[in-house]
Structures are given as structure tokens and as C-alpha cells.
Design a protein around this ligand. Structure first.
Ligand code: GDP
Ligand code: ZN
Length: 461
């Protein structure tokens, strides 16, 4: 395909000492050569592909040195966009990187639209749509773990799996065609039905598995909703504060964060947590007392993780026991706080009540035990509920919707085959499944959908 040459600052604004101006397109090297003067006197066009060169950017009008730079030259098609790509690494901060960008733009390049580099990679066949979407997720990824998910997806795991399923369906469809071509067998319909059923069941199973991962994907992107419960004065607010202080709070742009339920996002060793802020916590303080064990169980069920706080220097009360009852079967970590004070609590009873739940002792006042708590949170979610990072996660709502539709289509095909529906009807459902899966990897999408997706990108990606 033929595109003009685009350019943008491709490093986050104001972050880091190095800023990169990236160019992509047929004239990328030519434009860079109009501005770049290398120390060895050679032009960039004379250099080999995938090489990096030290020199200066000069303003051709005045001959002034604008910036000291390292310039990478990458010739297509072995680049992210499959086009010629030049990256100008600037050291002098925002002002000079902007001057370099302005020069590039006044010497033949056009300012890239948000997401346009990735869009080109897609249009030039370098990546498929689900990989492009993974880049969007990557840009938005709020935590390390979400970043890994996005990266894994970018490597094409999901795409490979979807391709395999489509291939499976194609084989079923081919089988049907073959059988239809031999109508001399009068039991051909029945035979075809029984042949396709196990294969269709396999596809059905795989789609279902993928959908099950979507819940985890959502958790990883939005944070595990974490509720801190405990009697008044045990140290819930202190716990929230120390988790927020020790871990960089994640700045979130998630809509719906209202004044009365403020949420704190923190990243605990790669586990994103959505903690209820004090307003919310005050509400849960006497939750059991207010609404009873059954109701509070319902409320707590919405949480992905519960931190149940007890007071080491106080005896267990009926309220504590009720809390244990309320969190039964949920992912819970029991925290025995105030260990700096004399012991009053019956530890044996706590172990009895806690059963399978992990117990951590802390003195939040003396800043002790928080590391162990963080370790417990991380191991709970990386060894248990949340699978190892090489799993395929589906975390994109468009993918989830398409997978749900695919699941429904394949279910209809299976039901049809089981009921002896005419084979051409079953064929329609199978083809529909194939098309829906194809949409996930961008093999049957309309142009406007593509544009809509790419316009969500940040500038320079
Ligand atoms: P909440 O009512 O459960 O939210 O409890 P707070 O976090 O507001 O704490 C209640 C009181 O206990 C405050 O005065 C805290 O400073 C104090 N506190 C919290 N953690 C500890 C601790 O580990 N040791 C001691 N001695 N006091 C603590
Ligand atoms: Zn409190």
C-alpha cells in the first residue's frame, strides 16, 4: 500500500530524559537526511538497515544545531509498520524534541493521527486486529500485570487460538461439502451429523474456555475489587493508608468514580487492587450488625478479595465470628493487627475460624507485617485464581461480545445436528461461527470499525 510519511513524538510526554521522534513511510529516510548531519559525513540513505547513528539535527534554513541525536534507520518491511522507519532520539527534553518534530513536519512529513502507526501496521498486514487492540490495551495498561496480558496478546496467542478454531470449522464445512457430493448414500445426512458433532463440541469447549478467561482479564485491567472488613477501631483505615502509601497509587480514568464511593487503585506487586476509600469503608464497618450475616454475605460476594482485620489486643467477639461466617468460601486474607500491644486474642480460635484462609500478623502502627501481607496478596492471585501469565486472556469487551455470539452460533449448529436438522441449515450456523471468530482477528470488519478502533490510540503509537 502507498501512504504518505507520518511523524510524531512516540515517547510519553514529560516522561524520561529521552524523547523519540518517529517517522514512518516511503520518504522517512529522505526527510531525516534533509535535517541530519552525521559525524562520519555519510547520509542515512547510505547506511544499512537497522543501524543507529550519532550526529546532529540542523535547521536547514539557518544551519543552526537544534539537537544532538542518535538516529535509528530501519528499512521496511522488517519494521513495526512494514514501512521505512526512522527514530530520532533526542536528549534535550520537551522543547528541543518539539523543535525536531516541527522541522520534520516542515520538511515533508505529516503529523500522525492518534494510533496511526499501529493502524499502518494493521493495514500493511504486519499485525492483525486483535493485536492492534492489544496495543490499545498496552497504552492504557495501568499495571505491570495488565501489561503482560497485553503483551502476550500482542504476540498473537489469542490470534493463533482463534485461527486454529476457524481451521477446525473449515474442516467440518469441507467434510459436509464432500458428503453432500455423494448423495448416493441415503444415510449421508445422519452420517455427516455424527461426524461433525465431536468437532463442533471441541470448538464449543474452546470458546467457552476463552470466555472464562475474560473474567480474569477484566480483573487484571480494572483491579481486584478489595473490601476491608473488621470491627470499628481494628485498623482498617490504617491498613488502607499503608497500602496506598507503600504502593504507588494508580491514577485512574475509569468513569463512574463518584464522590461518595471513592476508590483507591494500588498496584501491589503487580496485582492491581481497587480498594474502597474511607467513605466506603466506614459503610462496611458495621455492615454485619446493620444488615445481618446473610445480607452482608451478598454484599461481600461482589468483592474479589476480602481483607478481614482483627485486633490482637482484644478478645474475639460475636461480631468477628459473624464476619468469618460472612466470608466463607471467598478469597480472604485474615489480618491480626496491633501486635505491638499485649495479646488478648485467642489465636487458636482464630486459626479454627480462618480454616483455609491465610493469616498475617501486622502492626500497622510500627509498619510491620505489610510486606508479608503484600506477599500473601500476590501469591493468592498469581498461584491460585489468576493463572500463570502465559495463559491466554480475553480482556477486550468487543472480543468478549464476539465470543459470546460465536458460542451461541456453534450451540445452534450442535443442537441442529443433534435434532437432525437439514445439513444446509447446520452449515449456515457453522459459517456464522467462522465469520464471528474472524471478526476478532479482523478478517471481516468494516472500514468504519477499524477507524473507530484506531482513533482511540495515543498520539505517536
Ligand atoms: P478502623 O476504625 O478499623 O478504620 O481503625 P483505624 O485505622 O481508624 O485505627 C483505629 C486506631 O488504632 C487508630 O488510633 C490507629 O492509630 C490505631 N492503630 C492502627 N493500627 C495499629 C497498630 O498496629 N497498633 C496500635 N497500637 N494501634 C494501631
Ligand atoms: Zn476507619
Amino acid at each position: 500500500m502507498d501512504f504518505d510519511t507520518i511523524a510524531a513524538i512516540s515517547t510519553p510526554m514529560g516522561e524520561g530524559a529521552i524523547a523519540i521522534v518517529r517517522l514512518s513511510g516511503e520518504a522517512a529516510i529522505l526527510i531525516a537526511d534533509r535535517l541530519f548531519k552525521g559525524v562520519n559525513g555519510k547520509t542515512l540513505a547510505e547506511q544499512g538497515s537497522h543501524t543507529i547513528h550519532y550526529g546532529h539535527i540542523l535547521d536547514p534554513k539557518t544551519g543552526d544545531v537544534v539537537e544532538e541525536v542518535m538516529v535509528s534507520v530501519m528499512k521496511g518491511p522488517k519494521t513495526f509498520t512494514k514501512e521505512d522507519v526512522v527514530e530520532i532520539n533526542c536528549h534535550g527534553g520537551l522543547v528541543s524534541v518539539n523543535r525536531v518534530l516541527q522541522l520534520v513536519l516542515s520538511h515533508g512529513a505529516r503529523l500522525a493521527e492518534p494510533g496511526e502507526f499501529t493502524k499502518r501496521a494493521f493495514l500493511n498486514g504486519r499485525i492483525d486486529l486483535s493485536q492492534a487492540e492489544a496495543v490499545i490495551d498496552l497504552i492504557r495498561a495501568k499495571t505491570d500485570r495488565a501489561m503482560n496480558v497485553a503483551l502476550g496478546q500482542m504476540e498473537g496467542r489469542l490470534s493463533r487460538l482463534i485461527r486454529r478454531l476457524r481451521q477446525e470449522i473449515l474442516e467440518i464445512l469441507a467434510q459436509i461439502e464432500v458428503n453432500i457430493d455423494y448423495p448416493e448414500y441415503d444415510d449421508v445426512e445422519e452420517m455427516t451429523h455424527s461426524l461433525l458433532l465431536p468437532k463442533a463440541a471441541y470448538v464449543h469447549e474452546e470458546i467457552k474456555k476463552l470466555l472464562q478467561t475474560s473474567q480474569q482479564g477484566k480483573i487484571l485491567r480494572e483491579g481486584l475489587s478489595t473490601v476491608i472488613v473488621g470491627r470499628p477501631n481494628v485498623g482498617k483505615s490504617s491498613l488502607l493508608n499503608s497500602l496506598v502509601q507503600e504502593n504507588k497509587a494508580i491514577v485512574t480514568d475509569v468513569p463512574g468514580t463518584t464522590r461518595d464511593v471513592i476508590e483507591e487503585y494500588v498496584n501491589v506487586r503487580g496485582v492491581p487492587l481497587r480498594l474502597l476509600d474511607t467513605a466506603g469503608i466506614r459503610e462496611t464497618e458495621d455492615i454485619v450488625e446493620r444488615i445481618g450475616v446473610e445480607r452482608s454475605r451478598q454484599v461481600l460476594k461482589e468483592a474479589d478479595l476480602i481483607l478481614l482485620v482483627l485486633n490482637y489486643s482484644d478478645q474475639l467477639t460475636k461480631e468477628d465470628e459473624n464476619l468469618f461466617e460472612a466470608v466463607k468460601g471467598m478469597d480472604t486474607i485474615v489480618i491480626i493487627n496491633k501486635t505491638d500491644l499485649p495479646q488478648q486474642i485467642d489465636l487458636e480460635r482464630v486459626h479454627e475460624l480462618a480454616k483455609e484462609h491465610r493469616i498475617v500478623t501486622t502492626s500497622l502502627l510500627q509498619d510491620r507485617g505489610v510486606d508479608e501481607l503484600e506477599e500473601a496478596i500476590a501469591s493468592l492471585f498469581f498461584s491460585g485464581s489468576v493463572e500463570a501469565k502465559d495463559a491466554t486472556y480475553v480482556s477486550n469487551s468487543r472480543h468478549i461480545a464476539l465470543l459470546n455470539q460465536s458460542l451461541q452460533a456453534i450451540e445452534e449448529a450442535i443442537a441442529g445436528a443433534q435434532m437432525g436438522t437439514p445439513i444446509d441449515i447446520v452449515q449456515i450456523d457453522l459459517t456464522r461461527t467462522w465469520n464471528l471468530l474472524g471478526e476478532i482477528i479482523g478478517e471481516s470488519v468494516q472500514d468504519d470499525l477499524i477507524n473507530q478502533l484506531f482513533s482511540q490510540f495515543c498520539l505517536g503509537k
